[in-house]
Design a protein around this ligand. Structure first.
Ligand code: SAM
Length: 194
């Protein structure tokens, strides 16, 4: 078997080729509260896919916020990059999967910022091998309404995965600050298509 490519190189490849590991992913409807979620078909090894959409700066983010319907806010992912606010606006569907991943306090994935040719990209890295489960990451806040409720979909947590050296030793990952406004608001599922 050929040696496994590092998660960072794999992420960079997917960013440059604008691809996700779609053959390993499945969108499923979960329930009326949570809406849809992303599931790993079979085994999903530690790896990544990107939270894609329009990369916009803070001024454009403020402008769009004023004219967008509130339901779109669930797909605006803003974050700090080298002292400035940037946002991935995934409110328009482009066939990618990052925008459909739900929040979990004890997730099996982690969103990280990576630098590809001097530009920031948000990539989701599996903290452990995932088999058939829902893919989730920690949106980064504490006061989400759903966190006070019990959901029927459990996400397996691996304490060991958080210290995975293959993810932590990558120097090009910019993890200096958490995303400051991950997708979090209640979205109108009726306006979305898969
Ligand atoms: C980026 S969207 C994720 C995809 C969404 N589930 C859908 O069907 O379009 C973020 C929204 O999903 C819902 N959501 C995310 N994580 C959730 C969770 N753990 N429990 C319930 N709803 C959640 C919230 O409505 C949130 O605003």
């Amino acid at each position: 078997m050929p040696p496994r490519i590092s998660p960072l190189k794999d992420a960079m490849h997917h960013v440059v080729s604008k691809t996700d590991k779609t053959f390993k992913l499945d969108v499923k409807y979960i329930n009326p509260v949570k809406g849809r979620g992303l599931f790993a078909k079979g085994a999903f090894c530690k790896g990544d896919f990107e939270y894609r959409g329009d990369m916009i700066n803070d001024a454009e983010l403020q402008r769009r916020r004023k004219c967008y319907h509130a339901s779109c806010a669930a797909f605006m992912f803003d974050f700090n990059w080298r002292g400035k606010t940037w946002c991935v606006d995934a409110s328009r569907e482009d066939g990618s999967f990052g925008w459909i991943v739900n929040d979990h306090k004890h997730p099996n994935c982690k969103m990280k910022k990576i630098d590809v040719n001097g530009k920031p990209h948000l990539c989701l890295f599996a903290l452990d091998d995932i088999k058939g489960e829902e893919i989730a990451y920690d949106y980064g806040g504490e006061d989400y309404p759903w966190r006070t409720q019990t959901t029927s979909v459990a996400v397996k947590t691996s304490a060991a995965s958080a210290s995975d050296p293959s993810l932590q030793s990558e120097t090009q990952m910019d993890d200096e600050s958490a995303p400051i406004n991950s997708p979090q608001q209640v979205c109108s599922h009726s306006s979305l298509k898969i």
